[in-house]
Design a protein. Structure first.
Length: 206
């Protein structure tokens, strides 16, 4: 019995060691992230759709929601695109995006009058569902901006709602994975994203 446990423990340690080497010292994470990133578009007009991602909640009087890490990088990318391209409108999608993403966009030069907010959605599927009636009243093209590793699923959610989008992935995980020690966080985010892709396929949402 003790021998079997020792053999099992050695096998587990060997597997953990192999995974550590694979994630930390190989291009596995950036390769997987690039596979989930759609093609970058050159379109520089129309509506830029920014998915807000998760927010951070803190104690105290409201508003008590602030921008999360993924939302921050998406917002920074949106600001750069606004400055160098010719989008007419920015549609920010996601719960609390009016008090998390929008103020950052406005503070960095995007006119408040050019920003529309959809703040009911709490998932990627709902991003597409609740953005649809807003986009119906806006001329295209529609350009979807979200984190690189999230683009594959997000684009298909919008396609499921018959919303034709081009994609401009924010270089989030691809940049972080340049630092070996940051690849572990990216690895778990990729694992979670793959689970979500499987769930969305099962539900018929993509």
């Amino acid at each position: 019995m003790l021998h079997r446990l020792w053999v099992l423990l050695r096998a587990m340690l060997a597997a953990v060691g192999a995974l550590t080497l694979l994630v930390t010292f190989t291009p596995l994470v950036p390769w997987a992230a690039s596979r989930l990133s759609a093609t970058w578009t050159d379109t520089d007009r129309g509506v830029l759709i920014v998915l807000a991602g998760g927010t951070v909640t803190y104690a105290g009087p409201g508003p008590n929601q602030t921008i999360g890490e993924s939302g921050y990088w998406r917002a920074i990318h949106a600001i750069a695109l606004w400055r160098h391209r010719h989008f007419q409108t920015v549609l920010v999608c996601g719960a609390y995006s009016g008090e998390s993403i929008k103020p950052l966009l406005v503070a960095n030069g995007i006119p408040a009058s050019a920003i529309l907010v959809e703040d009911r959605s709490t998932s990627t599927r709902e991003n597409a569902l609740f953005a649809k009636p807003i986009l119906a009243g806006l001329p295209g093209p529609y350009v979807l901006l979200t984190s690189d590793y999230h683009t594959w699923r997000a684009k298909r959610c919008f396609a499921k709602e018959n919303i034709p989008v081009e994609t401009l992935p924010a270089p989030d995980l691809l940049k972080r994975s340049n630092t070996p020690l940051l690849r572990w966080g990216g690895f778990w985010e990729l694992a979670g994203e793959c689970v979500k892709i499987g769930y969305y396929r099962f539900q018929g949402w993509i």
